[in-house]
Design a protein around this ligand. Sequence first.
Ligand code: KG4
Ligand code: ZN
Length: 347
Amino acid sequence: MSEPVVLGIESTCDETAAAIVRGRELLSNVVASSMEEHARYGGVIPEIASRAHAEAFVPCVSKALADAGMELSDVDAIAVSAGPGLAGCLAVGVSGAKALAWAANKPIYGINHVIGHIAVTQLQFGPFPPDTLALIVSGGHTSLLHVEDVARHVDVVGTTLDDAAGECFDKVARLLGFPYPGGPHIDRHAQNGDPHAIKVPQGLTQGQAGARHPYDFSFSGVKTAVARWVEGRQAAGLDVPVDDVCASLADSVATVLARKAMRGCEQYGSKTLIVGGGFSANSQLRAKLLEYGERHGVEVRIPQIKLCTDNGAMVAMLGVNLVEAGVSPSAPDFAIDSAMPMTKISM
Ligand code: KG4
Ligand code: ZN
């Protein structure tokens, strides 16, 4: 089928989203977020998020169809995030998508949300060249993947041994008193700070550990080092230079990610690095990756911000890839998988 039309539905965490993609063209993209309802708890409350999905599901899908000037009968397939994510949240999106597929007699694909973050770059940059490497940086994942065929085969090259980069930022942000999610606040403050003000470790880059884990990441040491430093200042009655703390943290994390990604590209002979996930909205990381990419002769493809954070377009785009590749749709009784492994692309 050429230029398949796919409705993509997303509900893994605190965004309910629906979008329509035709081929590589984004026809509509609707996102409703329950983020503000979680802010006062300092993190996403699954029960509140699930309830918000139940409320937003039909309005989001209706608007995505209306914005594209379509009815459900016009789409060729429905794709929905089946994992990884919060079980209750996934259940709302998957149940809703199954109901639509059944009522309209459409094929349905339960897809991997993380692979969606990679797939979405095609809307901006076109198809993947061979031997593409992908850096996934989201709230829950920090991984380097080798994309052989986005519809059928993805390998894990490296992954975080403890915290994800986004998680590390969110934890330091809490310590500094920023509301959830703290990542964007650190980004903003870092823009006014000195990235070399505080010595922050760069996990798994040196010595034996670095040699043993050339493509793996560790961010819990960074988080602890920054926390100790801040607590030391507070205990001594000194004020905390927030901008400098943020800039030093952001520089350390961005440098490790960029260095390891480039090393992976060298190893796999890859001239293209795809970047995806909510944390790829981070301006320090974007700048560092583009700088390193230029130096190493690697084209770095980072999507525009609205496609970095969770959305339906990423789900629809991966759905298009699956239809184009002739992958069988998911069975009507497919389950959600809150711990879906990155090597599994669809259910
Ligand atoms: O991919 P995502 O939207 O949700 C997951 O699937 O996890 O990623 C959310 C993460 C959060 O940790 C958030 O703090 C972080 O992305 N984030 C940022 C920025 N924007 C979002 N971190 C640093 N700088 C940003 N500008
Ligand atoms: Zn995500």
